[in-house]
Ligand binder design. Structure first.
Ligand code: NDP
Length: 341
């Protein structure tokens, strides 16, 4: 049972050798005797997600919502897997599932409460790491619930071509909004405009004044900002928001590897423009997975939304794949194939 372990707690920008692929003892292909709730799964796809960086540091305060990883132990994260054996009445051998699993070939999951059964077979299984999994759920409720969107509103999305952003933009277009995204390469900008149907997009690395860039794309201001990056981009957006605008704080990826967060200077705009800025966590919406899946699978079948994945092969490639999120090398949802059968 090959696996990827965290070697030590990480500070600053993570490196490949913070993680290590080890060949561990062979595991019996049965749930051990005495376990009445467990499932043993074969992992098929594992998902690389930005929140995993936070779990690689030791938390000294209570700002984290999910326990840290322990040095020396297997990295846990979301994935798609097949049940090989089960003593849990909810799962049987052969079931396909998505949810919390391990970065290893097989995982014994003692408490499979976080596993969801996959019932639709007409879409790629890997979609359950993305559009039909956690990032999809994040985009769906983050946009429809937290942003309270209305037809015709002006929407801005940062990290717009990623796992979450590409969907937020497409949901906003379906709603009849004007949508602009920022991304870190010309290739991503091209995708935003020509594949995902954004009205406009810009390469933030080529703009030396983000405030001016936003004024160019939003001469009348921004109603909704879907925040994925934080820092100086948030500052530039704040001064370009319209009265009674809404900011859904989904993530702050520009801050995750900094030892000291960048200051945000324009928070008073929240007061002067009566902006609602609200953080949210996808975990609060897991109970609505069924409703979300029904809606989004329909969009996929009707071709109303498309989804772009960035797929790498083999568990050995997983540490490097995770780092791609923080250099922006991923184009679309980053995932790793552990096994195709
Ligand atoms: P992505 O697929 O968008 O990958 C991360 C992207 O972030 C990179 O491709 C890169 O794109 C961009 N990025 C990386 N470093 C920086 C930086 N320093 N400054 C600006 N952009 C940077 O990831 P996800 O779609 O999975 O996640 C997007 C955001 O959503 C993250 O902040 C994540 O933490 C958050 N999130 C929050 C959830 C919640 O429950 N609140 C759930 C899921 C995700 P580029 O080339 O464009 O710079």
């Amino acid at each position: 049972n090959k696996k990827v372990v965290l070697r030590h707690y990480v500070t600053g920008f993570p490196k490949e050798d913070d993680m290590e692929v080890v060949a561990a003892e062979t595991i019996p292909l049965k749930v051990p005797e005495g376990s009445s709730e467990a499932v043993l799964v074969k992992n098929l796809y594992i998902s690389c997600d930005p929140y995993m960086r936070g779990r690689m540091s030791k938390y000294e305060n209570d700002s984290s919502y999910i326990p840290d990883l322990l040095p020396g132990s297997v990295i846990t994260g979301l994935g798609v897997a097949r049940v090989v054996d089960s003593t849990n009445p909810k799962f049987v051998k052969g079931d396909l599932v998505w949810g919390m699993t391990g970065w290893e070939e097989y995982s014994l999951i003692e408490n499979p409460e976080g596993l969801h059964k996959i019932t639709y077979a007409d879409v790629p299984l890997s979609y359950y790491t993305g559009v039909l999994g956690m990032p999809g759920l994040t985009a769906y409720y983050g946009f429809y619930d937290v942003c309270s969107p209305k037809k015709g509103e002006y929407v801005f999305i940062s990290a717009a071509s990623g796992a979450v952003g590409q969907l937020v933009g497409q949901f906003a277009k379906l709603m009849g909004c004007y949508v602009v995204g920022s991304a870190g390469s010309d290739k991503k900008v091209e995708l935003l405009k020509n594949k995902f149907g954004f009205d406009e997009a810009f390469n933030y690395k080529k703009e030396n004044d983000w405030n001016a860039a936003l004024k160019r794309y939003f001469p009348e201001g921004i109603d909704i900002y879907f925040e994925n990056v934080g820092g100086a981009m948030l500052d530039a957006v704040l001064v370009n928001m319209r009265l009674h605008g809404r900011i859904a704080v989904c993530g702050l990826i520009s801050q995750y590897n900094l030892e000291k967060p960048d200051g945000v200077h324009n928070l008073f705009c929240l007061v002067s423009k009566r902006i609602r800025m609200e953080g949210f966590l996808v975990t609060d919406y897991f109970h609505k997975c069924g409703e979300f899946e029904e809606k989004v699978i329909q969009y996929i079948r009707e071709g109303k939304i498309v989804y772009l994945e960035d797929v790498v092969e083999g568990l050995e490639s997983a540490p490097a794949a995770l780092l791609r999120l923080f250099t922006g090398s991923n184009v679309g949802k980053q995932l790793v194939v552990v096994s195709r059968e």
